[in-house]
Design a protein around this ligand. Structure first.
Ligand code: SF4
Ligand code: SF4
Length: 148
């Protein structure tokens, strides 16, 4: 896979840029709805993508050589995780739909869900845990049917 093909696998959902909380007893990773301060909430793209690793020390680098154990930290919908697990891309993935907007239309992206960490106090992180789970479960859209 070329570098461009690898980059194109990213659906632009922005979910991996949400802060996570790990259960110390079970190792289970939970997402909060609080996004990295560099994420543009409207476009769901990193504002400093090229220099992200210099800007954010905890930003995770994913390459074709990344140990697949790392993928459990990614959302279940993430294309990198789907490919690593041998699963198909969903209908809303831009490489399938041909339209970069379908990831937003399917409510897979965090556009209408996330809040920037710049807008909250660090001690408030846990308060944004349950909100996200409820919103993600209730909002994912099915593929639209043919127009009549
Ligand atoms: S979760 Fe995966 S597909 Fe979505 S923005 Fe992050 S890397 Fe891209
Ligand atoms: S630095 Fe950019 S790519 Fe990394 S977590 Fe923050 S917004 Fe996402």
């Amino acid at each position: 896979m070329t570098k461009d093909e690898w980059e194109a696998l990213c659906d632009g959902c922005g979910r991996c840029c949400l802060h996570k909380v790990e259960d110390a007893d079970t190792g289970q990773v939970y997402y909060t709805s609080v996004a990295c301060r560099l994420l543009d909430i409207k476009t769901c793209r990193c504002r400093r993508y090229k220099e992200r690793f210099q800007c954010m020390s905890d930003c995770l680098m994913i390459t074709p050589d990344t140990n697949t154990d790392v993928f459990r930290c990614l959302p279940e919908t993430c294309a990198y995780r789907l490919v690593a697990e041998g699963r198909e891309l969903e209908w809303w993935h831009p490489l399938v739909s041909g339209d970069p907007m379908t990831v937003h239309q399917a409510v897979i992206s965090v556009r209408d869900i996330a809040i920037s960490e710049a807008d909250i106090h660090p001690d408030e992180l846990d308060e944004y845990l349950s909100t996200l789970i409820i919103e993600l479960c209730s909002s994912v859209k099915r593929k639209p049917g043919p127009k009549r």
